[in-house]
Design a protein around this ligand. Structure first.
Ligand SMILES: Cc1ncc(COP(=O)(O)O)c(C=O)c1O
Length: 450
C-alpha cells in the first residue's frame, strides 16, 4: 500500500521518530515486517519466536483473521462516532466485557485508549464515589506513564518525574516472598501467616494514613513487569476484607494479568475475589487496536447518576477498537483459550523449574498460567541479583543478545527474564524458546560465585 524500500526504514526512523523509554542516540529497533501465530519476521526475513507477546499484549497471537476482518468491516461501516453517541459495537462490547468479569458483577464499562488512562479514570471514579483523596498502591508496580498513573506506579520509572505528579498516593510493600526482608530468617513460614504479615502491614498503613482519607487500594492482581509476584493465598481475600472494613474501593489493575494470561479471564479469580473496579487494556484487543476499559460495580456508576463524571476522551469507545475487542473475546471463547492456558500452565512451570535446576544462576522461578519469570542471581545463598536494582549488567545484556541473535524475543528486566508468550503457543514452541534460554543461561552461570 505504501512504498518504501526496506533499507530506508531504519534511516527514516532514526531521522524522524522519537522513541519512548529510550535515549534517542541508542535506539536500535527491530524493523518488523509481518507476524503470524507466535512468530514475527523482520525486513531481512529473520524469524523471531515471540516470548513476550510483543508488549505482553498479543494474547491470541499474531495475524488472527477473525479480528482483522471484524476491524476491516467496522472501519468500512462506521470508523468513528462522538463520545456522547452510541453504536451497535459500543453496546455489544460493554455487554461482552461485563460478561467475563468475575461473577459478572462489574456491569458498567468506561472505555479508554489504554492501561494508563484506564487507571486514571478508575482513580477519579473512586475519589468521586468515596469523596476521599488518597490512593494506596504497591512499590513493585507499574500502572502507566501519564501523570496520575505514574504517581500510582511504585517502581523507579516514577521517581524521575517527581515531584510533578498527582498528589495523594501512598505506597506499601508487596507480598514478595523471595526477597521479603521480614522473613529472611524464616523461610518456612506458612502461606497464610506470610499473607497475614503483609495484610497487617497494609492495615497499619491504612491506620497511619487515616482510613477516612483513603479512596482506593489499587493493585496488580499478579504483579507484571516488577516480578510476576503471585500473591499468597489469603492475601487478595484479606485485601478485599480490609477494603470492606474501611469503605475503600478495591481496584485491580489487570492490564497485563487479564484476558487469559494466568489461566482465568482475570487473575483475581484465582482467589475468588470480586474487586469494585477492574482496569484492563493489552489483552482486551490482543493489541490489534488500542483500547482500555474500566469495569465497575453498578453502585460505583450510580454515584454519578445525578452528578456528571467530569472527564472524557475524544476516542473513547472507538468503534474499530471495540470491534477488535469483541472479535478477540469471541475468538478466545471459540478456541477455549482460557482453559488452554490453565492446561499449559503446569507445562511452563515444569520447563522453568527444569531450567532452575540446571542453572546455578537461576535463584527462583515463578509462574501462573503463561506468565513466568526467572530471577537470576550471582549467589543463590545471598540472592545477590545478576544486575543491580533498576539497572542492567554485561551478563544480562549478553544473555539478551544471545536470545535475539538466536531468534528469541523476550523481556529481560534488571536481573529477571520474563516468559509471557502468546496464549496459543504449543508445547513444542514453548520448548523451542526454552531450549534457547537454556543455552543463554550458560552466560549468566559463568558469573555465579555461590
Ligand atoms: C499492569 C499495567 N498497568 C498499566 C499499564 C499501562 O498501560 P498502557 O501502556 O496501555 O498505558 C501497563 C503497561 O505495561 C501495565 O503492565
Amino acid at each position: 500500500m505504501f512504498d518504501l524500500p526496506d533499507h530506508e526504514i531504519l534511516q527514516l526512523t532514526k531521522d524522524h521518530v522519537f522513541f519512548t523509554w529510550s535515549a534517542q542516540a541508542k535506539v536500535n529497533p527491530i524493523a518488523v515486517r509481518r507476524a503470524k501465530g507466535v512468530y514475527f519476521w523482520d525486513v531481512d526475513d529473520k524469524r523471531y519466536l515471540d516470548f513476550n507477546s510483543m508488549t505482553m499484549c498479543v494474547n491470541i497471537g499474531h495475524g488472527d483473521e477473525r479480528v482483522i476482518k471484524a476491524m476491516q468491516e467496522q472501519a468500512a461501516e462506521l470508523p468513528y462516532a462522538a463520545p456522547g453517541m452510541t453504536t451497535k459495537i459500543r453496546a455489544l462490547a460493554a455487554k461482552t466485557i461485563a460478561e467475563v468479569t468475575p461473577h459478572q458483577a462489574l456491569t458498567k464499562i468506561l472505555f479508554t485508549l489504554g492501561g494508563a488512562d484506564a487507571n486514571e479514570n478508575a482513580i477519579k471514579l473512586a475519589r468521586g464515589y468515596t469523596g476521599r483523596h488518597k490512593i494506596l498502591t504497591r512499590y513493585r508496580s507499574y500502572h502507566g506513564a501519564t501523570a496520575g498513573a505514574m504517581a500510582a506506579t511504585g517502581d523507579p520509572r516514577r521517581v524521575v518525574w517527581e515531584p510533578n505528579l498527582m498528589t495523594g498516593v501512598v505506597h506499601f510493600l508487596d507480598p514478595y516472598r523471595y526477597r521479603s526482608n521480614f522473613h529472611r530468617n524464616n523461610n518456612d513460614i506458612s502461606e497464610q501467616d506470610f499473607a497475614r504479615d503483609y495484610l497487617n502491614h497494609l492495615e497499619e498503613i491504612i491506620q497511619y494514613e487515616g482510613p477516612e482519607t483513603i479512596a482506593a487500594i489499587l493493585m496488580e492482581s499478579v504483579t507484571g513487569a516488577n516480578g510476576v509476584i503471585i500473591p499468597p493465598d489469603g492475601y487478595m481475600q484479606g485485601a478485599r476484607a480490609l477494603c470492606d472494613k474501611y469503605g475503600i474501593v478495591m481496584i485491580c489493575d489487570e492490564v497485563m494479568s487479564g484476558f487469559g494470561r494466568t489461566g482465568k479471564w482475570f487473575a483475581v479469580e484465582h482467589w475468588d475475589v470480586v474487586p469494585d473496579i477492574i482496569t484492563m487494556a493489552k489483552g482486551l484487543t490482543s493489541a490489534y487496536a488500542p483500547l482500555g476499559a474500566v469495569a465497575m460495580k453498578p453502585e460505583i456508576a450510580a454515584a454519578f447518576n445525578e452528578t456528571p463524571f467530569e472527564s472524557g476522551l475524544t476516542y473513547t469507545s472507538h468503534p474499530v477498537s471495540l470491534a477488535a475487542a469483541v472479535a478477540n473475546i469471541q475468538a478466545m471463547r471459540d478456541d477455549q483459550i482460557v482453559q488452554r492456558v490453565a492446561g499449559m500452565g503446569p507445562v511452563l512451570k515444569r520447563m522453568l523449574t527444569d531450567l532452575g535446576e540446571a542453572h546455578p544462576s537461576v535463584g527462583e522461578v515463578r509462574s501462573i498460567g503463561l506468565f513466568g519469570i526467572l530471577e537470576l542471581v550471582k549467589d543463590r545463598k545471598t540472592k545477590e541479583p545478576m544486575a543491580p536494582w533498576n539497572s542492567s549488567s554485561p551478563a544480562m545484556n549478553a544473555l539478551k543478545k544471545y536470545c535475539l541473535d538466536h531468534g528469541l524475543f523476550l523481556y529481560a528486566h534488571w536481573h529477571t527474564v520474563l516468559v509471557i508468550p502468546p496464549l496459543i503457543i504449543s508445547e513444542e514452541q514453548l520448548k523451542e524458546g526454552i531450549d534457547i534460554l537454556d543455552k543463554a543461561l550458560e552466560i549468566t552461570d559463568k558469573e555465579t560465585h555461590g
